[in-house]
Design a protein around this ligand. Structure first.
Ligand SMILES: Nc1ncnc2c1ncn2[C@@H]1O[C@H](COP(=O)(O)OP(=O)(O)OP(=O)(O)O)[C@@H](O)[C@H]1O
Ligand SMILES: Cc1cn([C@H]2C[C@H](O)[C@@H](COP(=O)(O)O)O2)c(=O)[nH]c1=O
Length: 206
């Protein structure tokens, strides 16, 4: 059992914003302070949710189907991984959580935000991250980074207008929950971004 209560920290941003480049460093930083850390991701994190991830990232579907699948994956992830870890006092660092649904399905796809509000309440029963690190980056810069890094999936093939709406979706969530959100300027060089994350962990996660 850990000496302090666990924390739930989510990492968010448009595709290519730099989350994955920093989440393991953040986990190592927390472990160095004596905490047990679970690093996980959405959609995914359990056997079932990883299967749903494969469908969501690979198969064409309508926005309602997409929304229900990401929430189904989230429900399993919460029950099997996140809630048990927090109950043990572990820290959970999660590459994306429900803010991604509001940004991608709500902002990007234009799906009804009031339905998302209801699904969020229903699936999460009040569970929210203690801290959300939002890696903010202009869509054209993120597209350049992605193009240099890998072949695109179904979301990454979307155009700049889609990612502008996703980014606006994150900005809306940030304005609605300023106590939980922290915006990081991800256009800075990697070391400067990491410095911002470290300061954030020191001041707002502990
Ligand atoms: N600050 C930075 N400056 C320049 N390049 C960066 C920076 N941070 C990350 N990158 C590079 O940008 C690419 C995308 O980064 P990364 O995979 O971490 O993004 P991501 O937010 O996890 O994306 P996704 O959510 O789509 O998986 C990688 O090639 C990475 O090396
Ligand atoms: C949680 C969640 C994710 N997505 C999208 C966003 C990304 O394009 C992919 C996940 O892949 P990545 O490796 O994290 O970039 O899924 C979504 O549309 N809705 C969600 O709720």
């Amino acid at each position: 059992m850990s000496s302090t209560p666990g924390r739930f920290i989510s990492f968010e941003g448009i595709d290519g914003a730099g989350k994955s480049s920093h989440i393991e460093s953040a986990a190592a930083w927390v472990r160095d302070r004596g905490q047990t850390v679970v690093v996980t991701r959405e959609p995914g994190g359990t056997r079932l949710a990883e299967q749903l991830r494969g469908l969501v990232l690979g198969e064409a579907m309508d926005p309602l189907t997409e929304t229900l699948l990401v929430f189904a994956a989230r429900r399993d992830h919460l029950q099997v991984v996140i809630e048990p870890a927090l109950a043990r006092g572990d820290w959970v660092l999660c590459d994306r959580f429900t803010d991604a649904t509001f940004a991608y399905q709500g902002g990007g796809r234009g799906f009804d935000l009031t339905v998302l509000d209801r699904l969020e309440d229903w699936v999460q029963q009040g569970r929210q991250p203690d801290l959300t690190v939002w890696f903010d980056l202009p869509p054209p810069v993120a597209a350049e980074r992605r193009a240099a890094a890998r072949a695109p999936d179904r979301f990454e093939r979307q155009d700049e207008a889609f990612f502008t709406r996703v980014r606006d979706g994150y900005a809306r969530r940030c304005m609605q929950a300023p106590h939980r959100f922290a915006r990081i300027d991800s256009e800075h060089p990697r070391e400067a971004v990491w410095q911002s994350i470290r300061e954030l962990l020191e001041t707002r996660a502990w």
